[in-house]
Design a binder for this molecule. Structure first.
Ligand SMILES: Nc1ncnc2c1ncn2[C@@H]1O[C@H](COP(=O)(O)OP(=O)(O)O)[C@@H](O)[C@H]1O
Ligand SMILES: [Mg+2]
Length: 293
């Protein structure tokens, strides 16, 4: 089995994944995304930065921090028939919150009400329809950056003006969700294919509960209900190795907030007791075997 892992640099997660591959007797080639240079006409026969042809790999595991490098590499490799995790399709959907929302809606997966508009005037009207409080989010991005909880039209107006004036065109896409009155936490569930392998609560004083923003993780039991909605959400975005943010609504129960396709998990193995790296590698090797036969 020949495996390459595409990275921006080796974080704790990549170190754990490489060790888990080694425990399976596999020494993956580590490919740095800064060394990528593709001939667009040549296809998978061309050499990768490791010296091996891309077509020599049974699997390329994409772990780049840079979303655009990861995304375009997946696009090229999948187009050329090289098996990757995740697929370009999945990464493309998860990399954009608007696209994710659309795919979840098409699959009837419960999620917060969400709308999108493209000008300051229509965005204000859109927020009025959605109702306050609402959450304005850039469609791309992570770690809870540049999220704004908007309690009234006056605040909305000023946030929109800032984005319109200071932001590039990405920030002129006014994607908004209703604010979900969750407890002081949300849920981060880890899904591999058809299975939720574990989940954590992220507790925080702040309404943004990302661990990158100080949220504290503890084990969240994977009930059949949680597993069902998470697997359904995973299928809706094309499946693979995914981390799913789930909000608990006091009336409606679980709502899917977003799906992440290059997940961080270093803080989640200890509270859950699940060796996430080993599970990911097991899943990845099975996937690669399936692609070969
Ligand atoms: N609509 C919402 N209602 C309540 N809390 C939210 C909502 N959207 C986001 N949050 C909080 O903010 C956090 C980050 O939002 P998220 O959409 O996951 O963005 P990011 O991609 O930056 O992680 C979530 O984990 C959750 O705690
Ligand atoms: Mg998130």
């Amino acid at each position: 089995m020949r495996v390459a892992v595409l990275v921006t640099h080796i974080r704790a997660e990549e170190k754990l994944l490489l060790e888990a591959f080694q425990a399976q007797g596999i020494e993956p080639d580590v490919i740095l995304d800064r060394s990528l240079d593709f001939d667009l006409a040549q296809g998978a026969q061309q050499p990768s930065p490791s010296g091996k042809a891309w077509s020599d790999y049974d699997l390329v595991l994409e772990r780049a921090v840079s979303t655009s490098r990861g995304l375009y590499t997946l696009m090229l490799l999948n187009e050329w028939g090289v098996p990757t995790l995740n697929s370009y399709q999945t990464a493309h959907i998860c990399g954009d919150k608007l696209t994710t929302t659309l795919m979840l809606a098409q699959a009837n997966v419960p999620q917060p009400n969400a709308r999108v508009a493209f000008t300051p005037e229509s965005a204000l009207a859109s927020l009025e329809t959605l109702g306050y409080p609402a959450v304005l989010k850039p469609v791309t991005g992570s770690w809870g950056r540049l999220l704004a909880r908007v309690n009234d039209a006056e605040t909305a107006e000023s946030i929109i003006e800032h984005r319109q004036t200071l932001g590039d065109y990405h920030y002129h896409v006014y994607y908004a969700q209703e604010y979900v009155n969750k407890p002081q936490r949300d849920i981060r569930a880890f899904v591999l294919g058809d299975r939720t392998i574990c989940a954590i609560y992220r507790n925080s004083e702040h309404w943004i509960t990302n661990t990158a923003r100080g949220g504290k993780s503890s084990n969240c039991p994977v009930t059949p209900q949680l597993d069902e909605i998470c697997v359904k959400a995973a299928h809706a975005v094309g499946g693979g190795i995914l981390a799913i943010d789930v909000l608990e609504d006091p009336e409606r129960g679980f709502l899917i907030n977003e799906v992440n396709h290059t997940m961080e998990f270093k803080n989640s193995s200890a509270p859950t007791g699940v060796d996430i790296a080993a599970e990911v590698v097991g899943f990845a090797l099975n996937f690669a075997k399936g692609m070969r036969s």
